[in-house]
Ligand binder design. Sequence first.
Ligand SMILES: [Zn+2]
Ligand SMILES: [Zn+2]
Length: 265
Amino acid sequence: MILSDYHVHTNFCDGKSTPEEIIQAALKLNMQDLGFSGHSHVKFDEESCMSINGTENYKQAVNNLKIKYDDKLRILLGVEQDYYSDLKPDGYDYVIASVHTLFVNDNKNFFHVDYSPEMLCDAAQKYFDNDFYKLAELYYKHESDLLNKIKYKNKNIIIGHFDLITKYNEDFKLFNEDDKRYIDAAFNALDELLKFDCIFEINTGAISRGYRTSPYPSVKILQRIAEKGGRVILSSDSHHASTLCFKFNECEELAKSLGLELVKL
Ligand SMILES: [Zn+2]
Ligand SMILES: [Zn+2]
């Protein structure tokens, strides 16, 4: 069973637990690897990310904890690098690359795709004539460009929650994920990203927080990753010590059933 988790937020960003509390929970679970992945600095969204000074403190704190727990747990220093971050992802063991926000109206307005169903529906109405496929096309345009934008040259690059746009789309409430327009946009982005030999997450964060009953990305997208020989990694996207490795058993089974190659860092 895989007990390594690399997508974990602490109180250095919008997580609720301290790094020490998370390490204690990881030790109880007998985890092998624990990777911290604070939200990179984004100047228009300072509530949920690490501050510029906080980023340096975070790196220092995690590096100190690596030494302190050296004989008990393998700790890695990572970052969840947003498409629009203004800090370079330097000095990390690995990077999770994610799109959370879209700019519209010649960059005059923006909205977060994962903030609330209200914000997403409001944006669809205001900027996309209520056409969720148009919105999804813009989202996947950002996804396809993500690794050009982030320019992280390291084999340990992970794509965070590739289809985050489906966070509030359980039972296809907002749009049909089998629609050709949606599939074309998603698969094009996927194929672009696969050229970088990156790793894709199977991310259970929206399940532990009660938004979805299945992980990101959808089975259809996972099948495409499998067909193309892409690699996947399990992520809890924890914002609390209690959700480390959340539903990893089920995800491991799912990955196996699809013939996906599960990796560790
Ligand atoms: Zn994220
Ligand atoms: Zn995250």
